[in-house]
Design a protein around this ligand. Structure first.
Ligand code: SAM
Length: 247
């Protein structure tokens, strides 16, 4: 990690950051519920099959909860580096007591996976956090996920992406501004706090194509963009299944 690296701690390891996250949760989760359900639908397990999945940058557990709802015997390992987000998550995950464990994990640190994260895991998900990592770390993280997945295990990532060129950016903004008529004004006149959060949000955000290429380079197969709307995407792939003896 280089000295001037933005580790996101100033946003996420603060009470102010977490209170902001909580205060916007209802509206955000209403918009994202369907996207989170698609991540569950993409996983290859039967409804009552036991399996363990890892949620990286799990925050308060919104993505993990959707998967626990869909698969009644699933167990979740929720990894995050923010004590504040994990404390709020324990409150929100009360109905899932016994089916999940929180693990403190700083994803910016290559190869530093805590022992409480079991290996292998049957699936890995991440949502709204990989864009916080620089490009080198995105690549090493994808390789580490691949190594930790059971053969045939899927990794799915739900994230915002940067526009690949200015024309695309203009189209995304046009559509977004029609949906939220206050958006253009908010963009033009941010408060210092909003500007700070925005800069953290976009600092390491890159377009979609290189991220899909990073997954393929890490060895994943079945790589696809399973859903996309404007700047939000769900992409992923699976670790190839073990070869059948004699095949
Ligand atoms: C936008 S929230 C998303 C939370 C959750 N995945 C969801 O979809 O609701 C981003 C999360 O990433 C976590 N995060 C940011 N940087 C991290 C890092 N370097 N290591 C681990 N977690 C990190 C934050 O603490 C926060 O919980």
């Amino acid at each position: 990690m280089v000295d001037d690296e933005d580790t996101n701690a100033a946003v996420w390891k603060t009470d102010i950051g977490v209170n902001f996250w909580k205060s916007t949760a209802d509206d955000r989760e209403r918009r994202r519920a369907g996207h989170r359900v698609l991540m569950a639908e993409l996983l290859p397990f039967a409804a009552a099959e036991p399996f363990t999945f890892l949620d990286l940058g799990a925050g308060t557990g919104a993505a993990a909860r959707t998967i626990l709802d869909h698969f009644t015997a699933a167990r979740a390992i929720l990894a995050d580096f923010s004590p504040q987000m994990m404390a709020q998550g324990v409150v929100e995950l009360a109905p899932y007591e016994g089916r999940y464990t929180y693990v403190e994990f700083d994803m910016t640190r290559p190869g530093d996976w805590p022992g409480q994260i079991p290996a292998p895991v049957d699936a890995v998900i991440s949502s709204l956090c990989v864009h916080h990592l620089n490009d080198g770390r995105k690549q090493t993280l994808f390789a580490e996920i691949f190594e930790r997945l059971a053969p045939g295990g899927w990794y799915l990532n739900y994230d915002p992406v940067a526009p690949p060129d200015p024309v695309v950016e203009e189209a995304w903004l046009r559509a977004g501004d029609r949906r939220d008529p206050a958006a253009a004004d908010k963009r033009a006149h941010p408060t210092p706090e909003e500007q700070f959060r925005y800069e953290n949000h976009v600092r390491y955000m890159i377009p979609l194509d290189p991220q899909v290429a990073f997954l393929r380079a890490a060895g994943f197969e079945g790589v696809d963009v399973f859903w996309k709307e404007l700047d939000f995407v769900i992409y992923g792939g699976r670790r190839p299944a073990a070869a059948t003896p004699g095949a």
